[in-house]
Design a protein around this ligand. Structure first.
Ligand code: E4P
Length: 235
């Protein structure tokens, strides 16, 4: 199972990378706006971190023309990302263009996948939306489990259904369990066999914690005080 980090905060990405726990990054317009930094500065910083290895980084297109989603505009924005990364000597192979689920979005996914550009279809809330994304050739599909749970639906059931469809037909798309709110979402995603979970920094930290671990550590440290040669060791 791969872990992506769901943030545009460069310090959080650096820290999670230092733990050796993450395989990629997902951003969205909300996460970018939270940084209060210019978008392209954030892009440069994130791409500089994962430059050497295969490290998918999702950047979302806006894709609006005359108040409507428009596939040509999405493709234009995606190609702008490609150009920008190339001009700045950043690893364009790590680019994943994140596209909002819609018929226009699916058209853009098809065009971009034919050009060999990776895509991530976002804002997926039903198995049929995911099926369309698979057929369009999406590299990644992002079902939003937390937002479904928030309105009383079962987000993980959706993930299960999408994984089943992929397995039934051998589609190559990978599922990114998104809108993760707590460690239980990560566990459930792993039990289902989802390919990837994109996890906020706070949830990533929580995964390592357990109160019995803290109590156990405290007891070991206290008992260690009674070991006679403790001060002579590790010198
Ligand atoms: C990731 O790709 C999504 O944009 C993100 O997980 C959405 O999470 P939220 O529902 O907490 O905003």
């Amino acid at each position: 199972m791969k872990f992506f980090i769901d943030t545009a905060n460069v310090e959080e990405i650096k820290t999670a990378l230092s733990w050796g726990l993450i395989d990629g990054v997902t951003t969205n317009p909300t996460l970018i706006s939270k940084t209060k930094r210019p978008f392209l500065d954030v892009v440069k910083d994130i791409f500089s971190l994962g430059e050497e290895k295969d490290f998918p980084i999702s950047l979302e297109v806006i894709g609006m023309k005359n108040g409507k989603l428009d596939s040509e505009t999405m493709v234009k924005e995606a190609l702008f990302f490609v150009d920008f990364l190339k001009k700045n000597d950043l690893n364009v192979n790590n680019l994943v263009v994140k596209i909002p689920m819609s018929l226009e979005g699916l058209k853009a996914v098809k065009i971009l996948s034919e050009k060999g550009i990776k895509t991530n279809v976002t804002l997926v809330f039903s198995p049929n939306q995911a099926l369309l994304a698979m057929k369009a050739g999406a590299t990644f599909i992002s079902p939003f489990v937390g937002r479904l749970d928030d309105i009383g639906h079962d987000g993980m059931r959706l993930v299960e259904e999408i994984v089943n469809i992929i397995e039934n037909y051998g589609f190559e798309s990978e599922v990114i369990v998104s809108s993760v709110r707590h460690p239980k979402h990560v566990l459930e995603a792993a039990l289902i066999g989802a390919h990837i979970a994109t996890i906020p920094f706070g949830v990533l930290e929580k995964l390592s914690k357990h109160p019995l671990t803290d109590i156990g550590l405290e007891r070991f440290l206290k008992d260690w005080e009674n070991v006679p040669d403790k001060d002579e060791l590790f010198k």
